[in-house]
Design a protein around this ligand. Structure first.
Ligand code: AQP
Length: 347
């Protein structure tokens, strides 16, 4: 049999992406993920968006808080423009293919691949022996999330690039080991000026919902005053803004704020610098705060409104899960067949 080579072009275009309900969503999640997810949906591409609750429990989550955060991420998706009729919106644990395919992939992937993941090293820290087995196997579940739908493209922030590469490796090894052309080799979509939004306290570190410092991030649940205060206190240097992108070299904090401005206003970084060339941060920060409040305010308001109706959110997730199950079940059954499992009971 010829060596299996699968490009996304051989499969119908289908987009999958997910967000963990592991805390309050940040401006990083919005610019690096949510905003772009809505754009993909609006381009008319088939889109599946998931609240990845099984990923969240790779580190301890209080059960009641997890339920609340799952609804909050669902509300954030909708408030950011995801239409549950046009996109398939659901939570991961309601669709069996994720966990079941992840097990198959645990047997395809190699342990060494997992130990090489920088996110595992960062999250496990010095005491990795004491982290959950799930944290180590996280990329295997992520590969299952994507490939359970034969998704061809995954919009993500830069931090997820390595995990998508591993998904490609798992798909290729499965295709090779079983001599099939079954899974696509998925492409990451990492685009725009905000693929890595940085911490407000340290322009070399990613803005993250699990950072112990609340001052390091803008949460989608922050009110206007809090947003303005956090931006005012954001770390910067003493120099005025340059008139071109090269002038931001070696100035990570300045670069980060300008990139946020560009992403929020749908402009390029170069364009923003043309407008603010020579400006001090005393001028730029209030402009950025105003823009952030203008863009995030309506999203926060809509999230708060939706959170008043938890039953409606749960119903939306349930309907989405049924649609996701309808796509992934036949794919999962084919996988079981390929690996040699007897399937004499119709499920
Ligand atoms: N700072 C960021 N800049 C750009 N994109 C980002 N994303 C996360 N942070 C940034 C993107 O958001 C999507 C969902 O991420 P996730 O919640 O599944 O997990 P994560 O990447 O590990 O994000 P966090 O906020 O850092 O979560 P915790 O703190 O729980 O680990 C992904 O597409 C991600 O790239």
């Amino acid at each position: 049999m010829a060596e299996p080579v699968q490009t996304p072009q051989a499969f119908p275009t289908r987009i999958f992406s997910g967000i963990q309900p592991s805390g309050s969503l940040t401006l990083g999640n919005y610019l690096g993920a949510l905003k772009r997810f809505a754009q993909k949906q609006d381009e008319g591409i088939e889109t599946l968006y998931c609240v990845v609750d099984l990923h969240a429990i790779t580190v301890w989550q209080d059960p009641e808080k997890l339920r609340q955060q799952t609804r909050e991420v669902a509300a954030a998706y909708i408030a950011s423009g995801i239409d549950p009729k046009r996109s398939i919106l659901y939570n991961q644990s309601q669709v069996r293919a994720h966990a079941e395919l992840a097990w198959i992939f645990n047997c395809v992937a190699r342990i060494g691949w997992m130990y090489r993941m920088t996110q595992f090293k960062d999250k496990a820290g010095a005491n990795s022996e004491n982290s959950s087995l799930g944290l180590l196997a996280y990329p295997s579940l992520m590969a299952a999330d994507i490939l359970a739908f034969k998704a061809t493209h995954v919009p993500v922030g830069e931090d997820q690039k390595q995990h998508i590469e591993l998904t490609r490796d798992i798909a290729a090894k499965f295709n090779h080991d079983y001599k099939v052309n079954f899974f696509p080799i998925t492409e990451p979509l990492i685009e725009g000026p905000a693929t890595k939004v940085m911490s407000l306290r340290d322009g070399t570190k990613k803005m993250s919902k699990s950072d112990p410092s609340d001052q390091s991030r803008i949460n989608l649940t922050d009110d206007a005053d809090t947003i303005a205060k956090k931006i005012r206190k954001a770390k910067t240097d003493a120099e005025p803004l340059p008139d071109n992108v090269e002038g931001l070299e070696g100035r990570p904090d300045a670069r980060s704020l300008v990139n946020i401005y560009a992403a929020l206003s749908d402009r390029t970084t170069a364009d923003v610098l043309t407008e603010f060339a020579g400006a001090q941060f005393g001028t730029f920060k209030p402009a950025l705060a105003d823009l952030a409040v203008e863009k995030l305010g309506p999203i926060t308001a809509e999230m708060n409104r939706l959170m008043q109706e938890p039953d409606e959110i749960d119903a939306i997730l349930g309907r989405g899960a049924e649609r996701a199950e309808a796509i992934s079940s036949p794919i999962l059954n084919d996988v079981y067949d390929i690996v040699g499992m007897i399937r004499s009971r119709q499920v």
